[in-house]
Ligand binder design. Structure first.
Ligand code: IVH
Length: 728
C-alpha cells in the first residue's frame, strides 16, 4: 500500500492509501511513475473546469493505452510495453479515478481484473472468482500490509511465503480423482476452457496419485473422500526449455519469444494441443479449494500445500512459514538474491496469511484479497534506443553482433550494451538500428535485446548488414548457409589466438604437453604467441617472462614443442582448427593429398573428390587456404621444421615414380619448397640444374636461364597447374 502525500494546499497533505491494481498474470507491477505526477494532481485540485477537461482527456488517453496494451498482451501475445510501464499507466488511471470518481467510466480497464477471454475457446466460468494481488514494492509497504492484517485479524498472524512464479494462472477441476476441466483466469470470473491443452502438460496429474490409506493418520481415507475440488496454480516454462524453444524458433526463422511468460501464455492458448505439448510447459500448484465441506479439508495454506503434494501435484519446494514480518522480509530479500539460481523466472514473493479462518475474516476488497500481497522484485525489462550494432570477434572467430544502447536502468544496473546473438536473430526479429527496443536482463547474464517496439517506428531506422570482412584482421567472413554464425576465416586473427593455440596443442592435434588452459592464456596475453606458428619460436629467454615457469618446466616444454613437429599432416591439419575438419576428415585428406600444400592448392571440387569429404568441409578447407595470412602461417610452420608431408598412399610406385624435376621461377600458389615436397611425396626427384636426364621443368614467373636451357634440350615444361595435373 502506497502512502501518497496528497496535496491540498498544505505542505504535507492528508495521507491516503492507494490500492495497487496489479495486472493479472503480469509480473512487473511497479509504482515508479506515481511520485512524478504530483504536480499534475496539484493542478487537478484546482477548481477550474478547464483543468477538469484536461484530466478527463488524460483519463481517456490512459484508457486507450491500457486497452491497446491489454490487447497486444492477451490477444496477440506480443506486448509492446514493459510490465512496469503498463503498471505505471494503470496506477495513474486508478489514482485519477479514485481522486475524481466522476471521471470513472463503466468500461474503464480499472473496473475489471484482466482482459476478456479470447473468443477462440469456450468460456470457463470460475466457481469462485480468481483474484488478483495487491503489490508491495518496498519493505514499508510490506509493513503496512502486516499491520493491517494483524489489526483486522485481531490476533497474531502467521504467514506462508511462496515464490511468485512468472507464468500464467490456471484453474483445474477434479471430479472423483480425475481432471475434468481446466481454464485460464480471463477476467477473473470467466476464462478460456483450455482443458485439452492443459492435459498435455506432464506435471499436471490427469488422475490423482493413488493414495494409500494410513490407519495411523487416516490421511489416505481423507483424500478419497475429497471427491470434488479445484486446484489453482501457475503454468510456466523452465528457463532451459525457453532457451531450447527460442533456438528452435530461430532455426525456423521465427521471431524469438521475449520471455518465458509470453511463451507459456501463448502455449496454453494454442488451438492445436500438439503445439502446446511441443512447448514442454511446467506447472506448480499453490491453491486448493474443496467443494464439499469435509473434516479433512486443510485449515491452513501450509497444510493445503502439503495436501497438494500428497495428491501428486508439483508444489514449489521453496516455501516458508514465517511467524514474524522480519522473517517474511528476510525470505523476500533472500529470494531476490537467489532468483537466478532457479530454472524458472520468478518476479516476486507471494505472502499469504496462513490460517484460512483468518483469511476469511480479512476478506476481499474489490478484487484484491487483504490476506495476501505480492512483493515485487525490481523489474528486469526496459525500453531504450538501439543506437548502433557493433561487431566483436569471439575466441572461435565468430562475429558477434552486440547492441549499442542508450544507457538505461534495468534491475539496478545501467545497461549500455546487449547481445543480439547473430545475424539471423536480428533478421527474424526485424531489429533495426534506430529502433526502440525491449531489453531484458537476468542477473549476471548479458542483457538481451528481446525485440523492437514496432509502434515506435519512425521509418528512419536502418536495417543491419553483416560486414564481409573481419573487423579485427580484415580477412574474409564466412557465413555457411545452414549456420547462424558468421566467422572470420583467418587462423592468425588476433581475436582467436587463445582458442586456436589450445586446440593446436591438444592431444588429438599436435599434442604439446604443458600447453593447457593456463599457459595458453599466458602465452597469448603476453603476445608471445599471436598465432600457432609462433609456438615454434618460443625459446628459453621468451619463456622466462612467463610467471611461474621454472627452468625445468621450460626445458620440458621446449622438448615437447620440438617433438610435436613430427606429428604429420593429418594431425597438423586437424590442429589448424578449420571448421568441419575433425580428426577423421583430416586423416582422409592427408591420406589422399599427402601434403598440406596439395590440399592448399586444391579447389573445392578436388577436395570433395576424396571419399568422405562433404561439401561443407571442402568449402571450408578451400576458404581457409585461400586466405593469405593462413598461407603465410603455413609457410612459417614449414620454416620452423614442422613436417608437412606424409608418404602418400601410392598404388604402384607413385605417379611421378622415377621422374626427375627442376623448379624455376615463382609459382602462383605453391612455394618452391612446397612443390618439391609434393613431387617427392609422389615418388619423384627434384634436382637443382637442368640436364638431359631432367624429365620436367616446372616454371613460374621470372624463370631465368633454366627455362632457356630446358627449351634448348626439348624438355617438357610445366606450369603449376600442369604439375598439379601430373600429381593427380
Ligand atoms: S496466489 C489471491 N501464489 O501471481 C491469490 N499467485 O497477481 C492469488 N502467482 O495471478 C494467487 N506464483 O498468476 C499465488 N505462489 C503463488 C504465485 C502466484 C505466481 C501469480 C498468479 C497470480 C499473480 C498474482
Amino acid at each position: 500500500m502506497v502512502s501518497l502525500s496528497n496535496h491540498d494546499g498544505a505542505t504535507h497533505g492528508r495521507i491516503v492509501t492507494l490500492r495497487s491494481h496489479c495486472h493479472p498474470e503480469r509480473s512487473q507491477c511497479h509504482l515508479s511513475a506515481v511520485e512524478g505526477r504530483r504536480t499534475k494532481d496539484d493542478n487537478a485540485r484546482s477548481p477550474q473546469t478547464g483543468k477538469m477537461t484536461t484530466l478527463a482527456a488524460r483519463a481517456d488517453e490512459l484508457r486507450a493505452q491500457i486497452e491497446e496494451a491489454n490487447y497486444r498482451y492477451y490477444a496477440l501475445d506480443d506486448p509492446q510495453i514493459t510490465d512496469a510501464e503498463f503498471d505505471a499507466l494503470l496506477r495513474e488511471l486508478v489514482e485519477l479515478e479514485r481522486e475524481y470518481p466522476e471521471l470513472r467510466t463503466p468500461d474503464s480497464p480499472t473496473q475489471r481484473v484482466g482482459a476478456a477471454a479470447s473468443q477462440r475457446f469456450a468460456p470457463y466460468a470460475h466457481a469462485r472468482p480468481m483474484l488478483s494481488l495487491a503489490n508491495a514494492v518496498s519493505v514499508d509497504e510490506l509493513r503496512a500490509f502486516d499491520e493491517r492484517a494483524r489489526k483486522l485479524a485481531g490476533a497474531a498472524v502467521e504467514y506462508v511465503c511462496e515464490l511468485k512464479i512468472d507464468g500464467l494462472a490456471i484453474a483445474l477441476d477434479y471430479r472423483d480423482g480425475s481432471l475434468t476441466r481446466g481454464g485460464t483466469r480471463g477476467d477473473g470470473r470467466v476464462g478460456e476452457d483450455v482443458t485439452a491443452n492443459l492435459r498435455t502438460i506432464r506435471t499436471i496429474p490427469l488422475r490423482l496419485r493413488s493414495t494409500s490409506f494410513d490407519p495411523s493418520t487416516g490421511s489416505g481415507q481423507a483424500e478419497l473422500r475429497m471427491t470434488g475440488f479445484e486446484v489453482r496454480g501457475e503454468v510456466y516454462l523452465r528457463k532451459s526449455d525457453f532457451e531450447r524453444l527460442n533456438t528452435e524458433r530461430e532455426r525456423e526463422s521465427l521471431p524469438a519469444f521475449a520471455n518465458p511468460r509470453n511463451a507459456a501464455s501463448g502455449g496454453v492458448r494454442q488451438l492445436d494441443p500438439a503445439l502446446t505439448a511441443k512447448r514442454r510447459l511446467s506447472f506448480f500448484a499453490y491453491q486448493l479449494a474443496v467443494d464439499e465441506g469435509d473434516r479433512s479439508t486443510p485449515k491452513t495454506q501450509w497444510d493445503a500445500l502439503a495436501r497438494l503434494r500428497t495428491l501428486g501435484f508439483p508444489v514449489n519446494p521453496h516455501v516458508h512459514r514465517a511467524a514474524t514480518l522480519d522473517e517474511v522480509i528476510e525470505y523476500c530479500t533472500n529470494s531476490e538474491r537467489k532468483r537466478d539460481s532457479f530454472d524458472y523466472e520468478i518476479d516476486g514473493v507471494v505472502v499469504k496469511v496462513n490460517d484460512f479462518a483468518q483469511q476469511e475474516r480479512l476478506g476481499v476488497v474489490a478484487r484484491d484479497p487483504r490476506w495476501a500481497i505480492a512483493f515485487k522484485f525490481k523489474p528486469r525489462e526496459a525500453r531504450t534506443k538501439l543506437i548502433d550494432i557493433a561487431i566483436t570477434v569471439g575466441r572461435t572467430g565468430t562475429l558477434n553482433p552486440s547492441a549499442v544502447l542508450a544507457p538505461v536502468q534495468i534491475g539496478g544496473v545501467t545497461v549500455k550494451s546487449a547481445t543480439l546473438h547473430n545475424v539471423d536473430y536480428i533478421k527474424n526479429n526485424d531489429i533495426r538500428i534506430g529502433d526502440t527496443v525491449l531489453v531484458t536482463r537476468a542477473g549476471d547474464v548479458i542483457p538481451r535485446v528481446a525485440g523492437p517496439v514496432l509502434s515506435e517506428r519512425t521509418g528512419r531506422e536502418r536495417k543491419f548488414k553483416m560486414p564481409q570482412r573481419c573487423p579485427v584482421c580484415g580477412s574474409d567472413v564466412d557465413h555457411p548457409p545452414d549456420e547462424a554464425m558468421s566467422r572470420c576465416t583467418n587462423a592468425a586473427c588476433p581475436a582467436q589466438a587463445y582458442e586456436r593455440l589450445r586446440h593446436f596443442a591438444s592431444r588429438g592435434a599436435m599434442d604439446i604437453e604443458g600447453i593447457g588452459d593456463v599457459l595458453a592464456q599466458q602465452l597469448t596475453e603476453l603476445n608471445l604467441v599471436r598465432d600457432i606458428a609462433d609456438t615454434y619460436k618460443l625459446n628459453e629467454s621468451a619463456l622466462a617472462d612467463v610467471p611461474r615457469m621454472g627452468k625445468k618446466s621450460i626445458e620440458n616444454l621446449l622438448r615437447n614443442i620440438e617433438a610435436s613437429k613430427e606429428r604429420g599432416p593429418a594431425r597438423l591439419l586437424y590442429g589448424l582448427g578449420i571448421r568441419f575438419v575433425g580428426t577423421q576428415t583430416a586423416q582422409i585428406l592427408a591420406d589422399d593429398f599427402g601434403t598440406i600444400y596439395a590440399m592448399a592448392a586444391a579447389d573445392e571440387a578436388e577436395l570433395q573428390r576424396s571419399d568422405g569429404i562433404g561439401p561443407e568441409a571442402a568449402r571450408s578447407v578451400a576458404l581457409f587456404f585461400k586466405q593469405q595470412p593462413n598461407r603465410e602461417m603455413i609457410e612459417r610452420l614449414r620454416e620452423a621444421g614442422v613436417v608437412m608431408s606424409a608418404p602418400k598412399r601410392v598404388k604402384t610406385g607413385g605417379a611421378l615414380s622415377g621422374k626427375s624435376f627442376v623448379l624455376t621461377g615463382t609459382l602462383p600458389n605453391l612455394t618452391r619448397e612446397a612443390a618439391a615436397e609434393m613431387i617427392v611425396a609422389a615418388g619423384g626427384k627434384v634436382t637443382g640444374s637442368v640436364s638431359k636426364k631432367t624429365d620436367y621443368v616446372v616454371a613460374g614467373s621470372e624463370p631465368g636461364s633454366k627455362l632457356t636451357k630446358a627449351e634448348q634440350l626439348g624438355i617438357d615444361i610445366l606450369d603449376e597447374s600442369g604439375l598439379q595435373a601430373l600429381l593427380e
